[in-house]
Design a protein around this ligand. Structure first.
Ligand SMILES: [Zn+2]
Length: 102
């Protein structure tokens, strides 16, 4: 079977034309070239798998950054409320102090 493989490509078993070994079919007569078809199939599978991984990675990182942003804004709100309470109690304390001593 390897006798039809050359340095540049393969020879069609049907018509003898030379074509690249990654082709799935002879471009001249359309005869199936199984090793080439297998290579193309595996490459497509690999591409699809990579695409899926890209998609998953993207979705995950987006969700993460969204969660982070939500946590950040929640934290900021809590800090603002605490500061407001402290300020208010401080003012009330000062007000009491002023009222009792002057
Ligand atoms: Zn051919």
């Amino acid at each position: 079977m390897d006798s039809n493989v050359t340095a540049t490509g393969v020879h069609c078993l049907n018509c003898g034309a030379e074509f690249e070994s990654h082709e799935a079919r002879c471009p001249y007569c359309g005869t199936m070239y199984e090793p080439g078809a297998e290579k193309q199939y595996m490459r497509k599978l690999g591409d699809i798998r990579e695409d899926m991984e890209d998609l998953n990675g993207l979705a995950l990182s987006e969700t993460k950054s969204e969660l982070k942003a939500a946590a950040k804004s929640t934290l900021r709100t809590i800090v603002i409320i605490i500061v407001a309470i402290l300020l208010l109690s401080g003012i009330l304390y000062l007000w009491d102090f002023v009222r009792w001593w002057f």
